[in-house]
Design a protein around this ligand. Structure first.
Ligand code: ADP
Ligand code: ZN
Ligand code: ZN
Length: 723
């Protein structure tokens, strides 16, 4: 019987691929292709891996090489494009190949039994291409038989006359039309920045560009003849739409489904149940799904006919994965589009400075939507309220209270934005000076009044709120400062007749509760909405005409050089929720009131003018002068240990391992929040104005780092965002 050597990528921290021997189980079992999933023995367990090579030289002695246990012949192999994407990501982010390829696969597909896999395939009505290999046991034969019986083709079975028959769409305005034409007419790789103010109708541009591309692909497919008999028709084109957080933008999914009622639209995000995620992933991999709507992890999904990538709110920090493979889904999307020679649309009212700089330099084409799309809708008027003059009570100035009252009287909604959950950030004792420090972190325990708990938001430690001061016994402990729970409490006092709803991570812990909260706002069952950044994103609340921003000042003085970029984007986003559907009952536009102690700060002044261009230009000048990204490329080595010395010692050794002329290796420093969950943390920043030079350095440096003996746990982040 034929036998060959295969190289297999496995999900392990080891920076290598592994050799296995494959033996045909019957004379006609085909050699597993590159990209095929296989089950192999690994250590004392079995693991699913991806075949990445055939017949390479091996250093192992023949008797040390283990046999492949099973080949997932039911699944078509991963495409060469997908393998190249994973190869690039592994290389660029300096992680093992298997760690890029495997964690993104749904658990059911990685399961060791074929039962889960076959169940998912069966649910899709498809088993492709059927295995010719003789089943190795009777049990497996039985499973295969039931699956074979279930083979039907849903695309063929659905006799819909024109699958591209669309739901109702509004006529585009001229700038939207230009944008759609530019996207749909792009040839080859085309990175396009869709720079559109909040409410300018970017969604409509995505939908109509998608429709145009799907239609063209369908025409090309039908003119090039019908598929082989017995074979199912894959989607002529696939479109990937990425959103920051799906449960925060349920509207978009609804809009897509309504627009393309006859197409297969699937979601891919971590909130799905395992079975559904496996089905959706398979639909994408088998080419059945026309539109995939997903969060950052979807960028690593297999999409054999991908023709367009859309990244909505491309500036959003959640496109960056903050653990394990610390990738930027946005950057990988641009790479993927480049590799496939397709357009990628980056949509935002406040593009990231990286993207903006690309557009300024002419590398990305800029498409602009300068006006709001809905009839009579204009950008809201933004004002600052000087909190030194108008002292807040319960966190609200009299000006803001009056504005909310007016909206209540007009039957319109108000949104109050405070990016701090909980009741109060600290509990304190006036008598002795005790404050609620977390015993495990350099952080305060936050007061959560309804839950009667002190909670650390960094290590999740929970304690009962003490009845008396732990040091002096004083029973009169004071919450200091104000979170969303406390504002909510104050609001009930000020507006006893109003319907008030709080939306934050605490109020939406239960699955589906965020969705139902947003639904009730849409149905007009809420007068005043108070929330964190969860409410700032993407929502199109038609009756919302007032936005109040409660306490944004702290971000003005952050040590993080990206803080002002983020605050600006956040304020523009939340301001963008006001007055989207047209004018108020009194004929005015939407209104935004920002409570601040620094009313003249240039950041707020730029928000008042809706001046993203000007503000971004200033920030870019600062970054250029300070040699910060995007004019500098960075990597951050983080280390942690029981004692700071362990982490710092490791970083000091690391810093002196390798010298390179063009590379700046900074001094190791303790992190700003040094201790979290009883672990002490430090970091070392590496900088270089050339990306390829930095990449070459990292490769060499990491090979040395991996050989170092240390008690520190460490990780490297390329293009770090929090430093
Ligand atoms: P953005 O994503 O740019 O913030 P949306 O896509 O949510 O904006 O659109 C804002 C509102 O404008 C939505 O209610 C949408 O239905 C409406 N809209 C979009 N395009 C048009 C159009 N061409 N004519 C009328 N209304 C439109
Ligand atoms: Zn005390
Ligand atoms: Zn803690």
């Amino acid at each position: 019987m034929e036998q060959r050597l295969l190289q297999v990528a496995l999900d392990t921290p080891l920076h290598t691929v592994f050799d296995y021997r494959w033996k045909a189980s019957s004379p006609d079992e085909p050699l597993p292709a590159i990209g095929q999933l296989v089950v192999v023995p690994f250590g004392r367990r079995e693991a699913v891996g991806v075949v990445v090579g055939q017949d390479a030289q091996t250093d192992l002695q023949a008797d040390k090489i283990k046999d492949v246990i099973a080949v997932r012949h039911q699944l078509p192999p991963m495409s060469a494009h997908w393998l190249a994407l994973c190869g690039f990501a592994a290389d660029y982010y300096q992680r093992p190949l298997g760690e890029v390829m495997l964690p993104g696969l749904p658990k059911n597909l990685r399961a060791l039994t074929t039962v889960a896999l076959d169940k998912a395939l069966k649910a899709l009505g498809r088993l492709a291409p059927a295995t010719k290999a003789k089943p190795r046991s009777r049990k497996k034969a039985a499973v295969a038989a039931t699956v074979e019986e279930a083979i039907v083709d849903p695309v063929m079975a659905d006799p819909s006359p024109d699958p591209l028959q669309l739901g109702a769409a509004p006529p585009l305005n001229p700038s939207q039309q230009q944008a759609v034409d530019a996207i749909a007419g792009a040839e080859g790789f085309a990175p396009l920045l869709l720079y559109g103010v909040t409410g300018s109708g970017k969604t409509e541009v995505y939908l109509q560009a998608a429709a145009a591309i799907l239609r063209r692909a369908a025409e090309q497919a039908s003119s090039s003849g019908s598929p082989e008999p017995g074979q199912s028709t894959p989607a002529p084109a696939q479109i990937l739409v990425l959103v920051p957080e799906i449960n925060l933008t349920p509207q978009l999914e609804g809009n897509i489904r309504a627009r393309f009622p006859h197409l297969n639209v699937v979601a891919l995000h971590s909130g799905l149940a395992e079975g559904e995620r496996a089905r959706n992933w398979l639909a994408a991999h088998l080419g059945q799904a026309h539109i995939v709507l997903g969060t950052r992890l979807a960028i690593l999904s297999s999409l054999p006919s991908l023709k367009l990538i859309v990244i909505d709110e491309e500036h959003d920090p959640s496109y960056k994965q903050q653990e394990g493979l610390r990738y930027s889904a946005r950057d990988l999307a641009v790479w993927r589009a480049h590799q496939l020679g397709i357009p990628v649309v980056l949509g935002s009212a406040t593009p990231s400075l990286e993207t903006w700089q690309h557009a300024q330099a002419g590398r990305y084409r800029r498409l602009e939507l300068r006006q709001r799309a809905a009839l009579q809708a204009v950008l809201p008027s933004v004002k600052v309220i000087d909190m030194e003059r108008d002292k807040p009570v319960d966190g609200l100035t009299s000006t803001l209270i009056a504005a909310v009252r007016k909206r209540l009287e007009q039957g319109e909604q108000s949104l109050l934005f405070l990016n701090r959950r909980g009741y109060a950030p600290v509990l304190a004792c006036d008598a002795c000076g005790w404050i609620s420090n977390c015993m495990r972190c350099d952080a305060f325990m936050v007061v959560h009044r309804p839950e009667r708990r002190l909670r650390c938001h960094h290590c999740s430690l929970e304690l009962h709120i003490p009845r008396a001061c732990p040091t002096c016994g004083n029973v009169d402990l004071q919450p200091l400062g104000r979170g969303t729970q406390r504002v909510e409490e104050g609001l009930h006092g000020i507006f006893p007749e109003a319907r008030i709803l709080r939306i934050d991570a605490d109020s939406t812990r239960l699955k589906g509760s965020a969705q139902s909260a947003f639904d009730s706002v849409h149905r007009g069952e809420v007068d005043i909405l108070i929330g964190t950044q969860m409410v700032a994103k993407g929502h199109d609340f038609k009756k919302l005409t007032l936005v109040g921003v409660l306490n944004p000042d702290t971000a003005l003085f952050s040590h993080d050089y990206r803080a002002s970029e983020r605050l600006f984007a956040q304020l523009m986003q939340v301001a963008g929720r006001a007055g989207r559907a047209g004018l108020s009952a009194d004929g005015s536009s939407g209104e935004v009131l920002i409570q601040t102690r620094y009313p003249h700060h240039p950041l707020y002044q730029a928000v008042i003018r809706h001046d993203y261009d000007g503000f971004a230009g200033e920030l870019l000048d600062e970054r250029r002068q300070a040699h910060f990204p995007p004019f500098m490329y960075q990597a951050l080595l983080r280390a942690e240990g029981r004692e700071l010395e362990i982490a710092m010692g490791f970083l000091k050794d690391a810093a002196s391992l390798l010298d390179a002329p063009a590379i700046t290796i900074n001094e190791p420093i303790p992190m700003t929040m040094m201790r979290v969950a009883n672990v002490e943390r430090a970091q070392l920043l590496i900088e270089c104005p050339s990306r390829p030079t930095l990449q070459a350095f990292l490769k060499e440096w990491l090979a040395l780092l991996r050989q170092m003996k240390t008690r520190a746990r460490w990780s490297l982040e390329v293009d770090p965002v929090d430093i």
